[in-house]
Design a protein around this ligand. Structure first.
Ligand code: HEM
Length: 454
């Protein structure tokens, strides 16, 4: 009896060390089963690392949504209006108009972008200290930043709450830690619809007002806010977990901070897989070709590991041109995509804003954390912020964080398994993307309406 009790206790206590990984593996198998195995992994058997860029940049690797079951899932997660999201539009007039509008709104002089990031960071950090979740801390900052980019005026409280509500709902469902709540997201759509005339640059022509609201919501109040909050959560967590890097970043110049940002995005790229559907054959050799209609799955994490010594080690010095002896653009490092195939339109602005926001945090706090750091960061980055003029005694808090994180992982991985499986199934059932392309344009309903609760 005693042995049985000890054995059960042993299994229970050891759960955090083995259960989450097993559940992640089960989840991957289940997703593949519900969603169907599709796609050619790149790099993979057919295309090696050495041809990754060439294939990603190929003119025929330019289909975005049509013809991939995977698209149904991304359309589901990025609703409402996924058919108007810049990331999802196929090449053509509509895409050109949308991409032009985004470039125009993002074309802010550097000093102005820095000043805006500084102001938004200062407001977000007001009165904050102690234990925080970094992604939650960062989201209002980037909500206000995106609002001001779009409207050219300070973000009212009501708008900030709607934007963070929307972005948080999107990223939570993407990580499978919560379901999507369409009513919450549609409240932001209605708010934007009322304010279209206030947008500071021309909106894409040829779109209905609702489509314009969807466009803004998708690119600026969903992608921009989610990506910037995630990128900053990774950056600050890296600094919290590497005190020597944190010290050097605080006291060093911007070149060093840029290397830390580059290495953070190498190890924790925001995109896991970017998929493309080929619109023509891609010839690989005399007798091999990738046929039109294939789904290519470009793996950022794999590409970012290849060609680096000890690739899992965090080492900002890799991006020191003096040490690597090669210009950064020659390294296997594409955090904003490839220039020839729809790269991120914020590739210039995002690092400038991140650098300023990181300095604002480093000037105010010492950061400490003992949690696991993974690319998908479902924990939202628990971290201890100690004001720099306060006594710094993090030992107890770090021990608490470590234990809490391990146990949260057990619970979270079960939630992700259940909710993720449901959403993959629901997305396959709704087939938002497939139905969009098989329905005559005049019968497409642009307004999907609320589906899951509020
Ligand atoms: C550090 C922050 C960011 C990172 C690392 C990042 C990364 C990326 C990557 C890798 C892609 C290309 C994916 C592919 O090839 O399919 C992309 C596309 C995109 N990003 Fe970002 N992004 C960031 C911030 C932003 C911001 C601030 C915006 C603001 C509007 C933005 C808007 C977009 C859009 C609209 C696309 C689709 C481009 C197109 O298909 O034409 N991103 N991003």
């Amino acid at each position: 009896m005693l042995i049985a009790i000890i054995a059960v206790a042993g299994v229970l206590v050891s759960l955090p060390w083995w259960l989450p990984d097993r559940i992640v593996a089960v989840r991957a198998r289940l997703f593949a089963r519900v969603n169907g195995e599709e796609g050619i992994p790149v790099p993979g058997g057919l295309v090696g690392v050495e041809r990754f860029r060439e294939v990603y940049s190929h003119p025929a690797a330019n289909g975005r949504s049509r013809g991939a079951a995977l698209s149904d899932l991304f359309w589901y997660w990025l609703a409402p209006g996924p058919e108007m999201h810049q990331e999802h539009l196929e090449a053509g007039e509509r895409y050109d108009a949308v991409a032009r509008a985004t470039r125009d709104l993002l074309a802010v002089p550097r000093a102005q972008a820095e000043e805006l990031a500084r102001r938004c960071a200062a407001r977000a950090l007001e009165g904050v200290h102690g234990l925080v979740r970094l992604r939650d801390l960062m989201m209002p900052l980037w909500a206000e930043f995106a609002y001001e980019l779009v409207f050219g005026r300070p973000c009212p409280r009501e708008a900030r709450d709607l934007i963070t509500g929307n972005a948080n709902d999107v990223v939570t469902s993407l990580k499978c830690t919560g379901l999507r709540h369409m009513r919450r997201r549609l409240r932001l759509t209605e708010y934007l619809l009322d304010r279209l005339p206030l947008v500071r640059r021309p909106l894409p022509a040829g779109l209905t007002p609702r489509e314009q609201a969807y466009y803004l919501q998708g690119a600026f109040f969903n992608t921009a806010v989610v990506q910037m909050s995630e990128a900053m959560a990774h950056l600050l967590l890296v600094l919290a977990r590497h005190p020597e890097v944190q010290h050097a970043a605080r006291t060093g110049d911007d070149h060093y901070l840029d290397q830390v940002i580059a290495e953070t995005m190498r190890l924790y790229p925001l995109f896991g897989i970017a998929h493309r559907i080929t619109t023509g054959d891609i010839r690989l050799g005399e007798h091999t070709a990738i046929p039109a209609g294939s789904v290519l799955c470009f793996s950022y994490p794999e590409f970012h590991r290849a060609g680096f010594a000890d690739p899992d080690r965090f080492d900002p010095g890799r991006f020191d041109p003096g040490r690597s002896g090669r210009p950064v653009k020659e390294l296997n490092h594409i955090p904003f995509g490839v220039a020839a195939n729809r790269p991120c339109p914020a590739w210039r602005l995002a690092p400038i804003a991140m650098r300023v926001a990181a300095r604002e945090v480093l000037d105010r706090y010492v950061l400490d954390s003992s949690v696991t750091h993974t690319r998908s960061l479902p924990s939202r980055g628990p971290c201890l912020l100690t004001p720099r003029d306060a006594p710094h005694r993090p030992r107890l808090a770090l021990a608490f964080l470590r234990v809490r994180d391990r146990w949260e992982d057990v619970w979270r991985s079960l939630v992700q398994l259940v909710l993720g499986t449901y959403m993959v199934w629901d997305a396959r059932r709704q087939r938002l993307c497939e139905r969009h392309f098989t329905t005559e344009p005049e019968n497409r309903h642009v307004h999907p309406g609320p589906r899951n609760g509020s």
